[in-house]
Write a protein that binds this ligand. Structure first.
Ligand code: ADP
Ligand code: ZN
Length: 613
């Protein structure tokens, strides 16, 4: 069978996305490939279709190496649903179950075998691969999440380095390595450590056009979050990231009190409970997972409709990876972040107080500053994100700044007043003061502290009487973000001038700020009291909405029976298409995207029955 036929018959899709066709042809023909594609780009088909094609051509099995043990069961389940023979080997299987898989493997009954890296390189497993290889029954190696080989990334797995044995031992068997990590250093590491010098490299654009980016000023973050979810994502699945375990617990609890299905997820939970929360998130509709930043590779499913950051990630790579978990099914998703002065102070402090050598800290500061510039930006967020990854682009029309161009005000003057006040109080009193007091002086407020230190005598006292505290606060935030003023954590968070202050004081560096008006990013214009319509069902008529709801209820039952997540049975988008089309026959149903031959046979009649009921 040709790749386009497999795409249609097995997976029920009409056309390849992006570079899929080229990659698949190259690998089917026996070439090595290194695939760099963003999350949601469709990497799985890049090895699944070659595996099926090569298996049908009599070349045997494909071994898929993946570190995501928690997802293997569902990945294999999804292939079964599509009628593909697949199995997995990892530490969650009993010895007996693992033996059974190995017997099927040697009998050639499996098309794709998923295995953890530490398993693949055991002498026992290699002996089995030897036996398959001798019989010409090793079709392909797919190395997923290949960036785990790089010690520069956050997911370094030493076991990945040992995978080079696959090349040394089975030189003629093609390999495909895949990752969503974009930078050049990681790519170089993959090539070197997996000996992929001769592999063809396929580098896709890292744009995720269906993700809408918005960054709002942090005021009352939990309230802002609840309004954001209520207005735009009621009842939909999402991920909320917080800095600390304590915050994760608090936020999850508050969301639950508001009647949402929210679950905490962090490294401090006992493993059973963590597993249970992950299972519920994957299997049930509309769960909000509240997780610590940079934790949880496993909380991954295609229909996550929003990713919210209540605290700042460490850098743009982290932000992009975390927000990339939204909208993997290609439907619209939101990446929303609340950001404020305290975030900037905290992140800077964590770097300053860390154990790393000074050189390394400089790198970390540079990365943080790039993220802060993104947060402070008043122009297209996507242009900046992609530029960070070395891609040029035009304003996107799908971020907060493109959709609601912020009114910008020039805060340069206000910034100079703040900075000269910082300078003058130090001169006059010989000590530094915190942000609150400095702002009071600029605004000319006669507080007790002002009287105590005689600060009403300063020449800057009351110079900014026309400015609100909120305005001054955002000026200050940008000054801290850009390093034009420092917050001294060891001296009660007092402010201190830096090298960078001079350019601002001299008026050489403008300080441009968005006028803080709304929360930004309102997607739907709807009258108050309307419940938000889920994004997939947005285009459906009333009757179709009802069919959609009925189909979802039916799917939930099937998913429970099969012990699989709902999206593995059918994606939301597939159900929405069926609901809109209201097919009367199997023939009509057959054309819907996401319904392959096996699913049509297994579920076609039931779907028609649900529709007609
Ligand atoms: P990645 O591993 O790159 O994050 P996946 O392989 O999980 O992405 O694919 C993301 C989603 O897109 C999956 O739900 C998959 O079924 C779907 N998909 C992939 N390729 C196509 C295609 N050619 N047509 C329609 N849907 C596709
Ligand atoms: Zn934009």
């Amino acid at each position: 069978m040709s790749p386009p036929t497999i795409l249609q018959e097995v997976f029920g899709y009409d056309r390849f996305r992006g570079a899929q066709a080229e990659i698949i042809d190259h690998v089917v023909a026996g070439g090595d490939a290194l695939v760099l594609m963003p999350t949601g780009g469709g990497k799985s088909l890049c090895y699944q279709i070659p595996a099926i094609a090569r298996q049908r051509a009599g070349r045997g099995i494909t071994v898929v190496v993946s570190p995501l043990i928690a997802l293997m069961h569902d990945q294999v389940g999804a292939l079964h649903e599509a009628g593909v023979e697949a199995a997995f080997l990892n530490s969650t299987l009993s010895g007996e179950a693992a033996n059974a898989v190995e017997r099927r493997l040697l009998r050639g009954e499996i098309t794709l075998l998923y295995a953890a890296p530490e398993r693949v390189t055991t002498p026992r497993f290699l002996a089995q691969l030897d036996s398959l290889h001798e019989r010409g029954q090793l079709a392909l190696f797919a190395i997923d999440e290949a960036h785990c080989v790089s010690q520069w990334g956050h997911d370094f797995r030493p076991e990945y380095r040992a995978l080079v044995v696959l090349h040394e031992r089975y030189a003629g068997v093609p390999r495909i390595a895949l990752t969503a990590t974009a930078d050049a250093v990681t790519r170089e590491d993959i090539v070197q450590h997996l000996q992929l010098q001769d592999a063809r490299q396929f580098v896709s654009s890292f744009d995720r056009p269906n993700i809408r980016y918005a960054i709002v000023e942090k005021k009352d973050p939990t309230q802002q979050l609840m309004r954001f979810i209520d207005d735009q994502h009621a009842g939909e699945a999402g991920i909320v990231y917080c800095q600390t375990r304590k915050r994760v617990e608090e936020v999850a609890q508050q969301l639950c009190q508001e009647g949402m299905d929210a679950l905490p997820y962090h490294a401090g939970l006992d493993p059973d409970m963590r597993q249970r929360h992950q299972d519920r998130f994957l299997r049930e509709d509309g769960i909000v997972m509240v997780a610590t930043i940079a934790f949880g590779m496993g909380i991954d499913k295609p229909d996550v409709r929003f990713v919210a950051h209540l605290d700042l990630p460490k850098n743009i790579e982290g932000y992009y990876q975390e927000t990339g978990r939204g909208g993997r099914d290609g439907l619209p998703a939101d990446a929303w972040m609340a950001y404020g002065l305290q975030d900037v102070v905290n992140q800077r402090r964590m770097i300053d107080e860390g154990e790393a050598p000074e050189e390394f800290k400089q790198v970390l500061r540079g990365k943080l500053e790039a993220l802060l510039a993104l947060a402070e930006a008043t122009d297209c967020r996507r242009v900046r994100l992609l530029a960070y990854f070395g891609e040029e682009s035009q304003p996107c029309g799908n971020c907060d700044n493109c959709l609601h161009p912020p009114r910008v005000w020039d805060g340069t003057d206000a910034a100079r007043k703040l900075l000269s006040t910082v300078y003058r109080v130090q001169q006059q009193s010989g000590i530094s003061f915190g942000a609150g007091h400095i702002m009071d002086i600029v605004r000319g407020r006669a507080t007790d502290k002002v009287a105590q230190f005689n600060h009403q005598k300063l020449s800057t006292f009351g110079l900014g009487a026309d400015l609100s505290e909120a305005q001054l606060r955002s000026v200050l935030r940008q000054l801290v973000a850009t390093g034009a003023v420092a917050v001294d954590a060891e001296a009660f968070n007092t402010l201190r001038l830096t090298e960078g202050s001079r350019a601002v004081l001299r008026g050489e560096r403008p300080v441009l700020l968005r006028e803080s008006v709304s929360q930004g990013g309102g997607r739907r214009s709807k009258s108050r009291g309307d419940k938000a319509v889920p994004v997939v069902a947005a285009g459906l008529t009333g009757a179709a909405q009802q069919r959609f709801a009925a189909l979802k209820a039916w799917r939930a039952e099937v998913a429970r029976e099969h012990n699989l997540p709902a999206y593995v049975i059918f994606h939301d988008a597939t159900l929405a298409s069926i609901a809109a089309l209201a097919p009367q026959s199997l023939r009509e149903l057959e054309g819907v995207s996401g319904i392959g031959a096996k699913k049509l046979e297994a579920y076609g009649d039931e779907v028609l029955r649900v529709i007609s009921a």
